[in-house]
Design a protein around this ligand. Structure first.
Ligand code: ADP
Ligand code: MG
Length: 293
């Protein structure tokens, strides 16, 4: 079993009251599964995702990830496992705005201390995989939403993690870009990546092999068998506006990862600044003719 949550509770302190957000979550996911998590806004999806992603710890319960008892690990060990095992994709992409696509993709490898030459080789391969070979030196502001998300997917997968965690990966995209993202997920699934994806869209969830629902902090599912179509009591429009609402809020966890990425990479970038610029310029020149559309 790649991932096993047993009796997980998460409480948040609201004033002096402990408010339960996750209640007795028991979940097992095997290597190679493709799982969609659905549920209304505020039901605890992101909280669960943050626990699975080792960004947050449960108040109670045991979380085993690839043989590690996550609760017993200290922060440093935890970041190490997170970096090795998990790639994240967020609704709002979370790319570093001043860095090129290439440099954004390379961040997890910088953490892992992969030498520069190797890093670049792997980043270029990943950008090719997501269909962005002609955009390597572009900054996020020069990319469309769909392209940004594909850069984010390349970044999530460049370290070859076993698990891809995606929180509303298509939530901020038009349907065509969303479809491209889902096609990439299909490819990653075929290559053996374990995918856990939060979505509001039933159509998107249908791409997964297993659908889990979370309502008011509790999981519902038909044990591992692909669920029957859900007739939700939430009208489509309400679900869509909930998705839009979530697009606007950046969770603390995302901020935390971003801050971590920034503080860790600033050091590297300062060290390597001159060299990095030279290389990026080289790529720009090589691809200069194609950068016009
Ligand atoms: P979802 O992703 O399903 O919309 P969340 O997991 O973000 O839901 O939140 C579930 C509940 O937990 C919400 O009621 C939210 O207000 C609460 N919550 C989330 N994060 C915190 C926090 N850091 N402090 C207090 N309450 C929180
Ligand atoms: Mg959420």
């Amino acid at each position: 079993m790649l991932l096993e949550l047993s009796g997980i509770y998460k409480n948040y302190l609201q004033g002096s009251m402990e408010v339960p957000v996750l209640k007795d979550i028991n979940l097992q996911i095997e290597e190679g599964e493709y799982v969609a998590i659905m549920g209304p806004s505020g039901s605890g999806k992101s909280t669960l995702m943050n626990i699975i992603g080792c960004i947050d710890k449960p108040s109670e319960g045991v979380y085993m990830l690839d043989g590690h008892d996550i609760g017993s690990l200290r922060d440093r060990a935890l970041s190490k496992i997170r970096n090795k095992e998990i790639g994240f994709v967020f609704q709002n992409f979370n790319l570093l705005p001043r860095q090129s696509a290439l440099d954004n993709v390379g961040l997890p490898l910088q953490y892992a201390g992969v030498p520069k030459r190797k890093r670049k080789e792997r980043c270029l391969k990943m950008l090719d995989m997501v269909g962005l070979s002609d955009r390597v030196s572009f900054k996020p502001t020069q990319l469309s939403g769909g392209q940004k998300q594909r850069v984010a997917i390349a970044r999530a997968m460049v370290g070859e993690p076993k698990i891809l965690l995606a929180d509303e990966p298509t939530g901020a995209l038009d349907s065509k870009s969303g479809e491209q993202v889902m096609e990439l997920f299909d490819v990653l699934h075929e290559q053996g990546t374990t995918i856990i994806m939060i979505t509001h869209s039933y159509e998107v969830a249908q791409r997964a092999r297993r659908i889990i629902r979370i309502i008011d902090g509790e999981l519902l599912e038909g044990d591992g068998v692909k669920s029957q179509p859900i007739v939700t009591s939430v009208p489509v429009q309400a679900a869509e506006s909930a998705a839009a609402e979530e697009a606007e809020e950046q969770t603390e966890a995302q901020e935390q990862i971003k801050a971590e990425v920034q503080s860790e990479t600033e050091v590297h970038f300062e060290e390597e600044n001159i060299e990095d610029n030279t290389e990026t310029d080289g790529i720009k020149e090589a691809d200069g003719n194609e950068e016009t559309d």
